[in-house]
Design a protein around this ligand. Structure first.
Ligand code: G1P
Length: 289
């Protein structure tokens, strides 16, 4: 099983990030020195994937453009001898090959993934939700690619969440067959509080078979009147089986301001150049609260 393509739906409005996301797609908001989408694409690259299919809308072309060359800018940086910046800009453009398809109306994550069906010729492919990004060595999508290859089965990423948060996620229940690997027995999109014992929440990482498109096309609107990916996966799972894999590492939800600001601080502190001055500045700010 070779996973070479990822579908990345980026057509959402980003209402949680308003007004910052009014004119700039939420995927382009910076976390320290890179836009959110770059962290997500880098996670795909770490999993061996170099073809990205963006599912966009008419306001999101800037997301595709980001991964293209910028010849004028490169020439300017070269002339001015700004080699570090030049390298960073060239690296982004060399990272992946980009394709895109429009989601012409917002009808849910399942519908968004379904829009990309004609771009997928492979038996298996990945899907990543751009709000979630996972940091840590060998963490994230690469774990799903490994599990799907090992068990020859589709796999989705999960993390434990507290009982009072299960109505915010697609939730799965399953039987553990190896450490952190579950054979899924139940899946529900955003169940009401208290209706499911499991704490395993879907965190926007999937390795799926191309047959899933048939299930998506048949899928009736579910929660919120939207075509839910979770509902199509549940139908597939009941007939053919599916794995859930506990993600290692740390997950940031870029649409949540606490996570967003924590991620900016985390990546700032990881940078040797600004670590010490940032620590001093943060300590001074913290004293005021
Ligand atoms: C989507 C999925 C949900 C998943 C979540 C992860 O929901 O439908 O199953 O748990 O992403 O971020 P959304 O957050 O788009 O409402």
């Amino acid at each position: 099983m070779k996973i070479s393509k990822v579908i990345l739906p980026v057509a959402g409005w980003g209402t949680r990030s308003l007004p910052a996301s009014k004119n700039i797609p939420k995927e382009m908001l910076p976390i320290f020195d890179k836009p959110v989408i770059q962290y997500v694409v880098e996670e795909a690259v770490r999993a061996g994937i170099h073809d990205v299919v963006f599912v966009t809308n008419r306001h999101k072309s800037v997301v595709e453009d980001y991964f293209d060359r910028s010849v004028e800018l490169e020439e300017l940086l070269e002339r001015e001898g700004k080699t570090k910046q030049l390298e960073a800009v060239r690296n982004v453009a060399a990272m992946v090959d980009v394709m895109s398809v429009r989601q012409k109306e917002q009808r849910g994550l399942g519908h968004a993934v379904g829009c990309a069906r004609n771009m997928i010729r492979e038996d298996f492919f990945a899907v990543m939700v751009g709000d979630d990004f996972i940091v840590g060595d060998d963490a994230g999508l690469v774990q799903l690619v490994d599990a799907a290859e090992k068990y020859q089965m589709p796999a989705i990423g999960v993390m434990e969440v507290p009982a009072d948060k299960i109505d915010k996620y697609g939730m799965v229940a399953g039987t553990e067959i190896a450490e952190g690997v579950f054979r899924i027995t139940d899946m529900v999109e955003k169940p009401a509080l208290g209706t499911m014992d499991s704490r395993l929440a879907i965190v926007g990482r999937y390795v799926l078979p191309s047959e899933i498109f048939d299930y998506i096309m048949r899928q009736k609107p579910g929660r919120g009147g939207e075509i839910q990916l979770t509902d199509a996966l549940a139908a597939y799972m009941k007939e053919k089986g599916m794995l859930a894999v506990k993600m290692k590492g740390h997950r940031f939800d870029a649409g949540d301001w606490v996570d967003y600001l924590t991620a900016c601080t985390y990546f700032g502190l990881k940078d040797e150049q600004i670590r010490e001055p940032l620590k001093k500045a943060l300590a001074a700010v913290l004293k005021r609260f």
